[in-house]
Write a protein that binds this ligand. Structure first.
Ligand SMILES: [Zn+2]
Length: 299
């Protein structure tokens, strides 16, 4: 079932307000905008501010101003509304809780009490080749998938009214997605071509709801892209393997994945990927130095 098939192109910009936007973000976003324009489609701005431990409120208006200054134009977003709002992730918690509930009922997730240190210390934990850290060694993984577990992340999650609180309040308990070991997840990327990742080998069981009661990026992203009827996701190539994880989430949630288009990352003079620490290349700093959007758009 492909609900999106006959609809027009819907792309998105999904910045997180954890620092100033830099030229690397702008370049990827520009590709997203160009693709939306070339397809006569819509561009949606989604403010990925779900992780309140990392984002700073003052960055949100700056981020929107920087994007406008650079020449981005979106038709739906936190500043202008639209039919699929709210467009800030901090206001979309019930959507993610419903997603987690579906995964829980379907037996796709399990509770994991491991700390980051526990996982790091597990001798047999090679790193996944991306930002998700070591491959989860499976410490808390039940032998078989357990459907309809009765417990909850934390009382505040309010998943269902009759959830029994098995977890001591304040205990850091993650919900982790059980990947189908050995299955090859493949997709055709619009820019990078054929992609293949083996579940359980290239990446392991991943967190969908964090112990500090924050929905994880993977879940929030899938839930939002589906709910906002995004037809193509344009983002940085650092997220190629996360696309494999997300395809598993789409399947578990009974949703159709969008198309994907991953852009090469912008590197600094040392060959390192641009990060928010490269303040000199923030749009704000470049603007203050007298650069114009027109000159910067040549990349
Ligand atoms: Zn664990």
């Amino acid at each position: 079932m492909n609900l999106l098939k006959n609809q027009s192109y819907r792309g998105r910009l999904a910045p997180s307000p954890t620092g100033l936007l830099h030229l690397g973000h702008a370049r990827t976003f520009w590709v997203a905008q160009e693709r939306a324009r070339a397809n006569g489609g819509m561009l949606i701005l989604r403010n990925e501010d779900i992780d309140s431990t990392r984002f700073k409120l003052e960055f949100v208006p700056q981020m929107i101003e920087d994007l406008r200054w650079f020449g981005f134009e979106w038709q739906e977003g936190p500043d202008c509304g639209g039919p699929f709002g709210p467009y800030s992730q901090s206001e979309r918690r019930p959507f993610y809780a419903a997603g987690l509930e579906k995964l829980r009922v379907g037996g796709f997730v399990y509770l994991c009490t491991c700390s980051r240190k526990d996982i790091r210390d597990a001798a047999s934990a090679p790193n996944a080749g991306d930002d998700e850290g070591p491959i989860y060694p499976g410490t808390c993984r039940p032998k078989e998938s357990v459907k309809c577990q009765v417990s909850s992340v934390m009382q505040s999650t309010n998943l269902t009214s009759h959830d029994t609180l098995h977890v001591t309040r304040g205990t850091r308990v993650n919900w982790r997605f059980r990947v189908p070991d050995g299955e090859t997840i493949s997709f055709t990327d619009g820019n990078c071509g054929e992609q293949k990742f083996v579940a359980g080998k290239d990446f392991g069981d991943f967190v969908v709801w964090r112990g500090d009661d924050v929905p994880a990026y993977q879940l929030a992203c899938v839930v939002d892209d589906a709910a906002m009827q995004i037809t193509e996701v344009v983002r940085g190539a650092d997220l190629l393997m996360s696309t494999a994880r997300q395809i598993l989430l789409y399947r578990a949630l009974g949703l159709t994945p969008p198309a994907f288009y991953h852009c090469a990352l912008m590197l600094d003079e040392k060959g390192k990927r641009l990060a928010k620490r490269h303040d000199a290349l923030s749009l704000r700093a470049l603007r203050e130095r007298g650069e114009t959007p027109e000159s910067l758009r040549r990349f």
